[in-house]
Design a binder for this molecule. Structure first.
Ligand SMILES: [Zn+2]
Length: 276
């Protein structure tokens, strides 16, 4: 079809050169709907929402400018990481549960990022201030402690480290009340859910009360029951988490019941059609 938008030779089209193909039409509609959704979320009045493509280029330029400003802001704020890596004016040390030298950090940053650290550091708080200026996080090893601190300073972690340490970081985020890290860990586990990690994800989601993640993991296990429940990993999981094993069994039975009900309904519909 002659399309005045995506053709490489628009001059060859027959006048009035105003037809567009299905793909370009759908693309334009989705673009308008996407912009409207974002603008409505910003509280823009319904009457002023985008109705055609006239303002799309202005909108894209504005978005690019705002993204550029955000990047500059992030660059400005990332000075904290430099202070951590170069150990500039550090005033507290953090130790892991494993052997290894403590890692120097900054009291103010720890207190801002976590209410629990704030309580530990606050002499007027419910907990006593740390002895000899060292806080110990016994549940983490050295590598995990380094990652936690790097995250607290930069708000980010390389994908590879996140994949390797996501369970211990989730538990630490839960224990020390670091909401943003909890969200990132939950999103990461949801994205990487598979037969090989579904039981670990379910266990962490249950401990950290990640409700959506727990629901997704349970659903995934039920859908891949044979592969997961008959694996060697499940034996150890069931001994450690009897309550979760009960929940898996119940979810599986409910799922089977649902399938039987749907099949019976189809059977009745089918026999009704045949009887006519
Ligand atoms: Zn087209």
């Amino acid at each position: 079809m002659d399309c005045s938008v995506c053709t490489s030779m628009p001059v060859q089209l027959r006048p009035p050169r105003n037809t567009i193909c299905g793909a370009c039409y759908e693309g334009a509609r989705s673009l308008i709907s996407f912009i409207n959704k974002l603008e409505a979320a910003q509280g823009i009045d319904k009457a002023n929402l985008c109705k055609n493509l006239t303002n799309v280029s202005r909108w894209v330029i504005d978005m690019k400018e705002s993204s550029h400003q955000l990047n500059e802001k992030i660059k400005f704020l990332s000075g904290f990481v430099v202070a951590f890596r170069d150990q500039i004016h550090t005033d507290i040390q953090l130790s892991s549960g494993a052997k290894g030298p403590p890692i120097p950090a900054h009291r103010a940053l720890l207190a801002i990022r976590s209410e629990i650290f704030s309580n530990i550091l606050d002499s007027d708080g419910c907990k006593a201030p740390p002895n000899d200026d060292t806080i110990t996080l016994p549940e983490l090893n050295n590598e995990e402690l380094e990652s936690l601190l790097e995250f607290l300073y930069s708000g980010d972690l390389p994908e590879e480290r996140m994949s390797k340490q996501v369970y211990s970081l989730s538990l630490a985020a839960d224990k020390y009340g670091i909401t943003y890290l909890q969200k990132l860990c939950e999103r990461h586990m949801l994205k990487s859910l598979s037969s090989s990690n579904a039981l670990d994800v379910l266990e962490v989601a249950d401990t950290c009360s990640f409700l959506t993640l727990k629901e997704n993991a349970l659903d995934f296990i039920v859908k891949n029951m044979q592969e997961i429940v008959f694996s060697a990993k499940y034996d150890a999981f069931a001994i450690k988490n009897p309550h979760l094993s009960v929940q898996i069994t119940r979810a599986s039975l409910m799922d089977t019941k649902k399938i039987v009900l749907i099949s019976t309904a189809y059977m009745y519909i089918g026999s009704g059609i045949l009887a006519r």
